[in-house]
Write a protein that binds this ligand. Structure first.
Ligand code: PLP
Length: 389
């Protein structure tokens, strides 16, 4: 078998591998509590599913425009205007099967071999994977617990140079749940200034926040033309399997991204996009109920983790992840994650799945019931106390 050389540069997302290992244990009769995978455990709200069914019946079963259905792009533009106070021409929007292709297409479209890309460490693993795949130079920026896992803008300024092509931001952040403040984002916009640097702003968790303000760098003067704003439906509307996301691009870039889409997928499924219109324009109570439940779970898991000897955990301001510090156990992230899975029957991800900066941490997704979260906390306390004795 002769693979192309570039395949050696491609990384992956280990969450899916851990899920497969957990399922293999379940097949042998073990009972596993799944806190490893980053998807809401709720069903898609009924009005959205119904709109998808209606669309199928109405014949939305054909190819559509590469950049997305006009009615969905308009609804997205209206949502961006409302949430970011940013009037957007729908021509800047490209709809994709999930938001992940926005990373793939953006990085392929703008990063030349040798160009430097700055991305958060810990951070969503696909950023690093795609930078390597495109031949870019990886410039991870550490997110430290002492700063609440928000990047240090002075450190960012030191990393930026004439070879920097792209800065990737993610707020609210996976895996730590941190949120950049308005002052942070303003300072980052200043660092970009009028350079040639572009920003990929991953805002997929922008509607899963617990009180702080979501600030998009695209809304700062001059930044709309330098920012690729990534968002989607998977998290806010529990629509992971529908595969629906989008990017808002600088005007010059949108047609090239649509061209990548023609080459890769032709277009996003038409009936899925019709369901997306309902998600954005229909009643929002389903999404609001999920958010309230996520907050309740967050409070339970943070309190519970901080009660376990050897573990400490900051309170995340967004997304549905916690990133507890397990350094005092004296074991690596991988060792603790393995012990938890095999001894405790609890699925988690080692912090190192998100970069070297994740050593000493675990990531739990609290997209599971309060009852299961409580049971997972008990099992974790037992497993860790066995290490100490
Ligand atoms: N960005 C971040 C930070 C994520 O955590 C995820 C999913 O886990 C995505 C983007 C992609 O979401 P999707 O492709 O399901 O829309």
């Amino acid at each position: 078998m002769q693979l192309a050389d570039r395949m050696r540069t491609l990384g992956t997302e280990t969450a899916f591998e851990v899920l497969a290992r957990a399922r293999a244990l379940e097949a042998k009769g073990r009972q596993i509590i799944h806190l490893e995978i980053g998807e809401p455990d709720f069903d898609t709200p009924g009005n959205i599913t119904q709109a998808g069914i209606e669309a199928l019946k109405q014949g939305y079963t054909h190819y559509g425009p590469a950049a997305g259905l006009p009615e969905l792009r308009e609804a997205i533009a209206a949502r961006i205007e409302r949430t970011r106070r940013l009037p957007i021409d729908p021509g800047r929007i490209v709809v994709t099967p999930g938001a992940k292709p926005i990373m793939f297409f953006t990085i392929l479209a703008v990063v030349n071999p040798g160009d430097e890309v700055i991305y958060p460490d810990p951070g969503f693993p696909i950023y690093e994977s795609m930078v390597g795949f495109a031949g870019g130079v990886k410039r991870p920026i550490p997110l430290r617990e002492e700063r609440g896992f928000r990047l240090d803008v002075n450190e960012l300024a030191d990393l930026v140079n004439e070879r920097t092509r792209l800065i990737i931001l993610n707020s609210p952040h996976n895996p730590t749940g941190s949120v950049l403040t308005r002052a942070d984002v303003a300072a980052i916009a200043d660092v970009v200034g009028d350079s040639q640097v572009l920003v990929l702003s991953d805002e997929i968790y922008s509607e899963i926040m617990y009180g702080s303000e979501h600030v998009s760098i695209a809304s700062f003067p001059g930044m709309l033309d330098r920012t690729i704003l990534l968002d989607g439906f998977s998290k806010t509307y529990a629509m992971t399997g529908w595969r629906l996301g989008y990017g808002v691009f600088p005007e010059w870039l949108a047609p090239f991204v649509a061209k990548l889409q023609v080459n890769a997928t032709s277009c996003t499924a038409s009936f899925t996009q019709r369901a997306g219109v309902e998600a954005l324009t229909g009643p929002q109570d389903g999404a609001q109920a999920m958010l309230a439940e996520f907050r309740r779970r967050r409070d339970v898991i943070v309190r519970g983790l901080n009660e376990i000897p050897g573990v400490s955990c900051l309170t995340p301001e967004g997304a549905f992840y916690v990133f507890p510090n397990i350094k005092r156990t004296g074991k690596s992230s991988q060792e603790v994650a393995d012990l938890l899975l095999h001894e405790g029957g609890v699925g988690s991800l080692p912090g190192t799945s998100f970069g070297a900066g994740g050593q000493g941490y675990l990531r739990f997704s609290y997209a599971n019931s309060v009852e299961n979260i409580r049971m997972a906390l008990e099992r974790m306390a037992e497993t860790l106390s066995a290490i100490r004795t």
